[in-house]
Design a protein around this ligand. Structure first.
Ligand code: C2E
Ligand code: MG
Ligand code: MG
Ligand code: MG
Length: 281
């Protein structure tokens, strides 16, 4: 908009726009350093099977302890990382950290549970992605089945044929594969049937209004039906109430993740809250 207005363009930036441009710049400057200096950290959010409420896995979610700006959630820096390609080293930092954690648990004799990581399309589409993934897990002595890769529908849109091939290789190497934020993207159901998925994660925007909005309930019910007819597990994200949980269980949803069961938390809190694999909440 500003560009087409020629010489008057500077007047058209609001205070807010200017500030967000500045913030974008400093985050970009700092993020590369943050990855190298270990300013990033991971929180783990537990996932539970609805059948018996057994802990069945975790999602690893990145945070940034910024020296000046304090604690930053991923919404503050993941979009910048995506724009600047820093998402690739960031993504490897996450995988490396998760593997180190799993290997620590393994060394302590702690039963393992699958850990899911969010994978950006830029990282997935790298030619050496699978070789490097295998190299990392092998270096830590981990079976590939302990790692789940979460992709979104937007990933599929990039280059459908290549993405599907790449995902088939991922599965052949023994990794789990989940489709995140299901229902929010534009991918067609026709395309989803070609994806070698283990599970679908129903987006929290549909879960939020269970009990209030019959249309959202209808979306949730059909996502569960789709999952079961494709033979993939269905997990609901963002479960905050008992009512939502009961609805999901009644309609055959397999597993849940949400504040009702556990927030994303540092590993030490998993231990103190008894959220380790092999324990019941
Ligand atoms: P996501 O992968 O869909 O992760 C789930 C988000 O829902 C997390 O937000 C989690 O904290 C939040 N959540 C979990 N339970 C509840 C609940 O009961 N209610 C509500 N309202 N929210 C809940 P978070 O940690 O802020 O992450 C936001 C997004 O940032 C993630 O969405 C993911 O897309 C992205 N992200 C996080 N970590 C990474 C990463 O390591 N790599 C990449 N590429 N993206 C990441
Ligand atoms: Mg996710
Ligand atoms: Mg999600
Ligand atoms: Mg998301």
């Amino acid at each position: 908009r500003a560009k087409s207005c020629g010489k008057n363009r500077f007047e058209l930036y609001s205070q807010e726009q200017t500030q967000s441009a500045v913030e974008h710049f400093s985050i970009e400057q700092d993020l590369g350093k943050a990855i190298r200096n270990d300013e990033l950290l991971l929180h783990y959010q537990p996932q539970f099977a609805l059948n018996g409420l057994q802990l069945c896995g975790y999602e690893a979610l990145v945070r940034w302890q910024h020296p000046e700006q304090g604690f930053l959630g991923p919404d503050r820096f993941i979009p910048v990382a995506e724009d600047t390609h820093l998402i690739v080293p960031l993504g490897w930092w996450v995988i490396e950290s998760v593997c180190r954690q799993l290997a620590d648990w393994q060394a302590q004799g702690q039963p393992l549970a699958v850990v899911a990581v969010n994978i950006s399309p830029q990282q997935l589409l790298q030619a050496d992605f699978i070789a490097r993934l295998n190299e990392t897990l092998d270096r830590y002595g981990l079976e590939h089945r302990w790692l789940e890769l979460e992709i979104t529908e937007s990933t599929i849109m990039q280059d459908p044929d290549f993405v599907i091939q790449q995902l088939q290789r991922v599965r052949m190497c023994g990794y789990h594969l989940a489709l995140d934020d299901f229902g929010t993207g534009y991918s067609s159901l026709n395309r989803i049937k070609y994806l070698p998925l283990n599970r679908i994660k129903i987006d929290k925007s549909f879960v939020r209004d269970i009990g209030h909005n019959p249309k959202d309930e209808a979306v949730v019910i059909s996502a569960i039906a789709l999952g079961s007819s494709l033979g993939v597990e269905v997990l609901a994200e963002g479960v905050e109430t008992v009512e939502q949980s009961q609805f999901l269980e009644r309609h055959g949803c397999n597993s849940v993740q949400g504040y009702l069961y556990g927030r994303p938390m540092p590993v030490e809190a998993l231990v103190s809250d008894q959220m380790l694999a092999g324990t019941n909440p």
